[in-house]
Design a protein around this ligand. Structure first.
Ligand SMILES: [Zn+2]
Length: 182
């Protein structure tokens, strides 16, 4: 009876590491808060977040053209994203100044995560297009996922689960407090 493949492999314990390494699951949001309006940026969460206070929007830092924000559905503690203020879908659509600041904020996020959490490594990247797994394909965002040996420090691996708001609030403050200003 237990030799059925589905029984052997279909309902095993969730494997957080497998999830972490599965790029198509690197979505910001699944099934909620997706843009719904007719306009280019109607209902886009990445367009509406900057209008909120940092604490409410989980914004870690604001630049001139991009901002850093915590992911509501993190793959690891401290999983954040660098997002251009401008509603742009494709990386090639970024102008030079946006490209430069997005890269600069990626570096700052790495430094802040190392300072705050002692991250050993990072997974960094963008999903371009819904086919590639972008949860909000219409507004590009660079994921920065800190990694630790064993991924047990700082916070538990949460594997695409919405974590407690207070945990996110604490994480945001920790990173904002050590965000490099230069
Ligand atoms: Zn947008």
């Amino acid at each position: 009876m237990t030799s059925e493949p589905e029984q052997q492999f279909g309902v095993g314990a969730p494997d957080a590491f497998q999830r972490l390494w599965t790029p198509h699951r690197m979505a910001y949001i699944q099934g909620e808060n997706k843009p719904t309006g007719p306009g280019a940026d109607d209902g886009c969460p990445f367009c509406s977040i900057p209008a909120k206070a940092d604490e409410d929007g989980l914004i870690i830092a604001r630049g001139e053209l991009v901002y850093a924000v915590l992911n509501l559905y993190p793959y690891n503690g401290g999983h954040c994203m660098i997002v251009p203020f401008r509603h742009v879908a494709d990386y090639t659509e970024l102008d030079e100044a946006e490209t430069v600041e997005l890269a600069d904020f990626t570096k700052r996020a790495m430094r802040a995560l190392r300072t705050a959490s002692g991250a050993h490594g990072f997974n960094i990247g963008m999903n371009q297009g819904t086919t590639a797994g972008a949860g909000i394909a219409a507004h590009l965002h660079q994921h920065i996922v800190p990694r630790w040996g064993g991924d047990t420090n700082f916070m538990p691996v949460v594997g695409h689960t919405k974590v407690l708001p207070q945990l996110l609030a604490d994480t945001r403050k920790m990173l904002a407090d050590v965000w490099p200003t230069v």
